[in-house]
Design a protein. Structure first.
Length: 252
């Protein structure tokens, strides 16, 4: 079964979130999710809101000073997975270096994002850099475009100190999700091979345990059947003995 791609967004040292701040965070993450799905196909139209852009599942949880969000994309391809990894790498590279708005402004922030973006040659990495360049040009021209909104969502997550982890999940609609962190074991430029050795080993161990359990159940059944046969034979012998004794008493 091909697993669906998920992005886990973790924010540490968060004070108690108000409704407005919570909605802003959810909006930023949903925007980034739509952007990730678009990056491998930059010739198509970038849609940030609406049915085509909505993630298949979005969960939030907070514990202590940590706020965590799991967004499951309605995507399964390796190209989208690579796009998610490129965005995660970009956020990681800039999240510790805040640039004040009054010094550089939004255009300066976007320029910093562009400089920090992964320099790989994949379609997703090139379209990410192109989007950031275009967003910066739109800001300087005082235009509010879709790419500006997408780039600002990236900026907000970076400034909030977000950590992004790309995962795969078994079934997005299951009551409880089973997630597995993605490790790229081979990247040829045309395809990405994802390693799942630990899961295979777990399945092997589970099947061995199941075999052992079945064998012990069969042995127990055999023992019980033998015991029942012995009991039956004993009862028959006792009945025979009783009948013999009854016959003798009648003769007397």
């Amino acid at each position: 079964m091909v697993q669906e791609i998920a992005i886990r967004v973790r924010l540490r040292e968060q004070e108690r979130l108000g409704l407005g701040e919570y909605e802003r965070l959810v909006g930023s993450v949903a925007t980034v999710a739509a952007l990730v799905a678009w990056l491998p196909a930059p010739d198509s139209r970038l849609v940030l809101r609406g049915r085509a852009a909505e993630p298949v599942r979005l969960e939030t949880v907070s514990y202590g000073a940590v706020f965590e969000m799991l967004v499951v994309l309605d995507q399964r391809s390796a190209a989208v997975e690579r796009a998610a990894s490129a965005v995660a790498a970009l956020i990681e590279s800039v999240r510790h270096e805040h640039v004040e708005d009054d010094v550089a402004g939004v255009a300066g922030e976007l320029d910093r994002l562009d400089r920090s973006a992964p320099r790989g040659r994949s379609v997703a990495e090139r379209s990410l850099r192109s989007l950031l360049e275009g967003a910066r040009a739109d800001v300087l021209a005082r235009r509010t475009s879709t790419r500006v909104r997408a780039a600002q969502a990236l900026l907000r997550l970076a400034e909030d100190g977000a950590e992004l982890v790309v995962e795969r999940v078994e079934d997005a609609l299951a009551p409880e999700l089973e997630a597995e962190v993605v490790d790229v074991t081979a990247d040829t430029g045309a395809a990405v091979v994802v390693g799942t050795a630990s899961k295979k080993a777990d399945k092997k161990d589970a099947s061995k345990k199941a075999d052992k359990k079945d064998a012990s159940k069969k042995a127990d059944k055999k023992k019980a059947a033998k015991k029942a046969e012995k009991k039956k034979a004993g009862k028959k012998a006792e009945k025979k003995k009783a009948d013999k004794a009854k016959g003798k008493s009648k003769d007397n």
